[in-house]
Ligand binder design. Sequence first.
Ligand SMILES: Cc1cc2nc3c(=O)[nH]c(=O)nc-3n(C[C@H](O)[C@H](O)[C@H](O)COP(=O)(O)O)c2cc1C
Length: 194
Amino acid sequence: MDEQALSVRDAIISRRSIKSFNGQPVEQSEIADILEDAIWAPNHGNRNPWRFVLAAEGNYQDFLEVLRDFGVPKWKELSDDTLEKQMSKYTKASAAMFVIVPEDARQKQRLEDFAAASTMIQNVQLLAWDKGIGTCWKTPGFLDDPKFREALGVDAGERIISMFQFGHFDELPKAKPRTPIEDVVTYWQVATPE
Ligand SMILES: Cc1cc2nc3c(=O)[nH]c(=O)nc-3n(C[C@H](O)[C@H](O)[C@H](O)COP(=O)(O)O)c2cc1C
């Protein structure tokens, strides 16, 4: 087992979503190693309800072309400068991974599968963080664009639940405070007979 730099607790608390990348490369093999571990996420019925389309290294440029061409149709109306500004959110990252889950016709199973894939994605975030790689789970509107789905080879009955970015970064974003647990926990009290 690899040596772990961060405790589980430290990884959970210190991880931040990285939205500004510095363009330093992340190798495809590093991401593949992270996925090998992340898929040990809990998943009901051992359905392994996920598959991935990974655009890394040279293939990341191909993804950027898809994005520029027809992933975001409304961007076509932007001036060149504004388009480049929008694109910089993507060009400075090193890889994009699309997480695709089956949309089970049964509601219970569909919810379980989405939940399982979400736990797997958090594993990816924490494992990457432990290696000093920044990530962000993104859900841009174009994930549901039929042309974009077609470009990725996503079938009817599947949903892209995340555009997941990997990259290196210079600045650690400030943590956004969470709602204190006192506000969200009700401690169970069993009424004692008088
Ligand atoms: C399901 C989901 C969807 C998200 N979609 C986006 C997104 O589209 N764009 C974005 O900038 N961040 C997105 N985020 C990241 C959150 O904005 C981020 O987690 C939040 O700001 C808290 O920051 P932290 O992760 O650094 O604690 C998403 C996170 C989740 C869990």
